[in-house]
Ligand binder design. Structure first.
Ligand code: FPP
Length: 280
């Protein structure tokens, strides 16, 4: 199914309004929280919450792709989540397997590039294979970069990067003086992704929970009170609208940011005049 052809006109209109509001975040990261509570409140088993959570994944991936968001990273399973009851863990792995089997054709047909970050070799072999196949199949796609964080934790990735840097120093490939922020980031599993601009967390909780610790250094945080299974495209639109009204200062003052914007628009005006002059 082509996602753009099947889109409702009213939804397209909302998306166009958002696009006119300003510069979209390049990279959105989501902590999909509250599946268990959603199910328990409905007297259902926790796994039913994860199942319904997949419907939200479908809708949000589609909406982000339609909006032209470049990178979307979903925290689907943390290293700490292995401590949950065996039945919930195996239920989640089954759902993941089902999702990959069922969705990959549609994702691929809509230009999505799928990748995974985390301790992938700790996942069931069948999931590892599906992930590998999906990565290979979608590697040349030019649309949304969808990254699933699976058996992932930010501290684990940071420690792993330090270990690999240590090994490369021992092998003589680099020296300690070469280490700077860019070099360090190139050793992270997220080295192919830009820093996160916006992190959304559902269910009203206000924590990073070990997600993208390095990559969120200057990212904006948006908390939704909805449980993940209730979080759908209108909610990501609300998050984006909120983000687009913020001022990102990166440690500078408001005045500096305003001057920079002014300079950019003056520069592009001068460029336009220059181009017109060259053509005449
Ligand atoms: C957190 O809610 C959610 C998870 C640990 C799993 C998220 C997984 C999915 C949405 C389904 C699989 C994902 C993909 C990408 C196919 P919780 O269980 O911690 O909720 P609680 O805080 O209410 O207990």
């Amino acid at each position: 199914m082509n996602w753009n052809d099947s889109q409702q006109a009213s939804d397209k209109e909302i998306q166009l309004e958002l696009m006119e509001m300003g510069k979209f975040p390049r990279h959105i990261a989501i902590i999909m929280d509250g599946n268990g509570r959603w199910a328990v409140e409905k007297n259902m088993p926790r796994i039913a919450g994860h199942k319904e959570g997949i419907e939200s994944v479908r809708d949000i991936v589609k909406a982000c792709s339609q909006l032209g968001v470049q990178y979307l990273t979903l925290y689907a399973f943390s290293i700490e989540n292995w401590k949950r009851p065996m039945s919930e863990v195996s239920g989640l792995m089954k759902l993941l397997e089902h999702y990959l089997r069922q969705e990959i054709d549609e994702l691929n047909a809509n230009g999505v590039r799928l990748r995974a970050i985390g301790k992938i070799n700790s996942l069931p072999k069948v999931v590892q294979k599906l992930l590998k196949d999906s990565e290979v199949r979608t590697k040349d796609n030019q649309g949304l970069n969808l990254t699933l964080a699976l058996s992932y934790s930010g501290r684990w990735d940071l420690v792993r990067a330090v270990q690999m840097i240590g090994l490369d120093i021992r092998r003589g490939k680099i020296s300690p003086e070469d280490i700077n922020e860019d070099l360090f980031a190139s050793y992270l599993q997220t080295h192919d992704l830009p820093d996160a601009d916006l992190m959304v967390r559902t269910s009203g909780e206000m924590r990073l929970s070990n997600f993208l610790l390095w990559e969120m250094a200057y990212g904006e945080i948006y908390i939704s009170n909805k449980y993940w299974p209730e979080f759908r495209r209108d909610d990501i639109y609300a998050a984006l609208s909120n983000y687009l009204q913020r001022e990102r200062r990166y440690g500078k003052t408001s005045l500096q940011i305003a001057n920079e914007k002014q300079n950019v628009s003056e520069e592009s005006y001068l460029q336009r005049v220059f181009n017109a002059f060259k053509k005449s």
